[in-house]
Design a protein. Sequence first.
Length: 327
Amino acid sequence: MQSPTRFLITGGAGFIGSHLAEALLEQGHVVAVVDDLSTGRLENIAHLLPHERFHFARASITDAIVMDRLASQSDVIVHLAAAVGVKLIVEHPVHTIETNIMGTEAVLKSALRYGCRTLIASTSEVYGKGSKVPFAEEDDVLLGPTSRSRWAYAASKMVDEFLGLAYQREFGLPVVIMRFFNTVGPRQTGRYGMVIPRFVRQALRGEPITVYGDGEQSRCFCDVSDVVQAIIGLAFHPDAPGRVYNIGSTEETTINALAQRVRALAESQSPIVHIPYEQAYAEGFEDMQRRVPDITRIHTLLGWSPKLGLDDILRRVIAYERERLHA
């Protein structure tokens, strides 16, 4: 019998990381999580702590001693730890840049020492102001000016990608880049501007559902359970390293339509209210009109495509938030 693969998940007490840890344990693998709990939550992984194949270290990924020990006991590192969410990025640009770039550098150095396959989480934000939809991995990238802090996040994640792919080319470290497009589901915090948990909580409490801008900007939302299957597939496929992969749904919806669907599925009477961007974030805030991934590359490699549609996703989040509300 083949011995289980040893995984290290950075940011593993976060939304995606905790779901990934669960799925890997169910498949019989060994899972270690490192998280400083700055955005992750212990409650996300509390039910996993008694598991004999699960280990948790509360530490920063920039702690070289901790990362060296954890990497030495790992076959695969899934690097999810990052500063995420538009609100956090706009309010704390220094933290965003330093966390993303220095954190990824620390992870890659540890991975290189022990030859761990490394999967780096990136974001659809790197496509910036691109207008060619859907976005494909080899498309040109167009970012806004450096005076607008939201582009610092996109640029920092691009540097992460450049760095990861450079480690592959120069040192032969197997590196996979994953560009996530709006991953959603139970356990996602609405603290940093994540739209679906925010809308659902507002609807369940009977508060106004607040749509930023005119609401005609469109997005594609992918359930975390589908994203986890994509990550696991990329972790094991021999031909995955050295490339970038979009991971997301191609079902597009405007934010106005999303607000209406949330209100209907939550059986809420909440009014839908529009708030100008400069009131929600800061003066001069720029948003993307459309965000749709081309998932041909990952589908060709793994046969992967999302199984859950938007209404299924919303029902799952509403059920989860309703339970938390009445807990």
